[in-house]
Write a protein that binds this ligand. Structure first.
Ligand code: SAM
Length: 387
């Protein structure tokens, strides 16, 4: 099948995580450039990636890349793309894009010029000279991104971002984006395929994103199994590829995986919401939910993974309260010397309040908020524990 260039946008700092999953799916050449990972793939890959990718944001087809510093160059570059192969007479064309360090900086204007070029091309090739159209057909999101005067034109096969798995339907304050949650889980190396029954806990679980994504990973439930994607409505995409990709994903599920996932929150409403979301995701039987104060967190299990994003101060409560909460939580964590802990927070001086310097830290963004992702490694298992 025809190879295309595919681009996977990823959040800053998470490129290696997405590359790791791409590698496991057979894409060993996946260079990352300017927040996007580039791979060669077929239409079958488009369907598989949309269904299987846990941390990538979308699957884009790269149509062309060219240099432009004037609107004429932009218009010509976009016009030269064979749009008649990708769109139809009634395609509903939505423009998206951004411009960074480029002469053509006004993105609304560049989007407008690019759309004019697409419509002109379609008019010349398949719409018999017409210049306006009722865009009543399938949605096609065209991306025009300009970085240092290099224009990349893409077609978005996903439509809705891949974080929209379909299980999170109830509103809750400050939930993590599902793709970020999945990437954080990957960063902890939590892998029940390798370490069956390894404990995983989120004592600030809110609407349940982290434990649900952890359970989906453990059970090999594909994140895109319950949703549709824009490409399925396009004439240019072969029929049946999404169904095939979903069947393949279902065949790989491990419903009998032995998981030990614990989720708690001080707010009973959060736990009700999290349970509901877990049920929708098909993982409720694999997560132990409780209403509990994280400052009392304890476990009789060994070598667990604790991953959480506690309240930040800016968004849910005052910073002073959060500092005190982190001090008490840090104390509880230190009573579990063989557990690893991973905390995503924007609290300034987090390590000071938590009472321990992190073994590793990394800057990440959560909904445009600059955060630290702090890793604490517990004592490794003794030889007799490994037997
Ligand atoms: C930033 S939210 C977590 C969001 C969650 N990751 C999600 O995706 O929905 C922080 C959560 O910490 C909870 N919380 C605040 N104080 C707590 C405490 N002392 N013990 C346990 N949970 C607490 C809040 O109720 C809130 O649900």
């Amino acid at each position: 099948m025809l190879a295309m260039k595919l681009l996977i946008p990823v959040a800053s700092g998470l490129e290696q995580i997405t590359k790791r999953q791409l590698f496991s799916l057979g894409f060993d050449k996946a260079p990352a450039d300017n927040g996007r990972i580039e791979i060669d793939g077929s239409w079958d890959d488009v369907a598989r990636l949309n269904v299987l990718l846990r941390s990538g944001e979308r699957v884009l087809i790269m149509l062309d890349k060219f240099h432009a510093v004037t609107f004429d160059e932009l218009y010509e570059g976009v016009y030269n793309i064979p749009w008649e192969n990708w769109l139809t007479v009634d395609s509903k064309i939505l423009m998206d894009g951004k411009s960074v360090q480029s002469v053509l900086a006004a993105i609304k204007v560049t989007g407008g010029v690019a759309k004019k070029a697409i419509i002109r091309r379609l008019g010349d090739k398949i719409r018999s000279g017409r210049k306006t159209f009722a865009e009543t057909g399938a949605r096609s999101i065209v991306g025009v991104s300009i970085y240092k005067d290099e224009v990349t034109v893409t077609l978005d096969t996903s439509g809705e971002g891949l974080h929209k798995r379909g299980y999170r339907s109830l509103a809750y304050s400050a939930p993590l984006k599902e793709t970020l949650a999945a990437a954080l889980i990957e960063s902890t190396f939590y892998n029940p395929d390798r370490d069956e029954e390894k404990p995983f806990a989120d004592p600030f679980c809110g609407s349940g994103t982290l434990p649900i994504e952890a359970a989906m990973k453990g059970l090999h439930i594909a994140p895109g199994l319950k949703r549709d994607f824009d490409f399925t409505a396009w004439d240019c995409a072969p029929k049946g590829i999404l169904e095939r990709a979903k069947e393949e994903a279902k065949d790989n599920e491990k419903p009998n995986a032995k998981l030990q996932i614990f989720a708690s929150d001080i707010n009973p409403e959060a736990i009700s919401i999290a349970k509901y979301h877990a049920k929708r995701a098909g993982v409720d039987k694999h997560i132990h939910f409780t209403v509990a104060n994280a400052t009392q967190f304890k476990s009789d299990k060994k070598y667990g993974v604790l991953l959480c994003n506690p309240p930040y101060g800016e968004r849910l409560s005052e910073e002073k309260e959060v500092r005190a909460l982190m001090s008490a939580f840090g104390k509880a964590f230190r009573a579990l010397p063989d557990w690893n802990a991973y905390v995503l927070t924007s609290l300034p001086d987090f390590e000071r309040w938590f009472g321990k310097s992190a073994d590793k830290k990394k800057k990440l963004f959560n909904a445009n908020l600059v955060c630290g992702f702090y890793s604490y490694f517990g004592k490794p298992p003794k030889l007799e524990d490994l037997k």
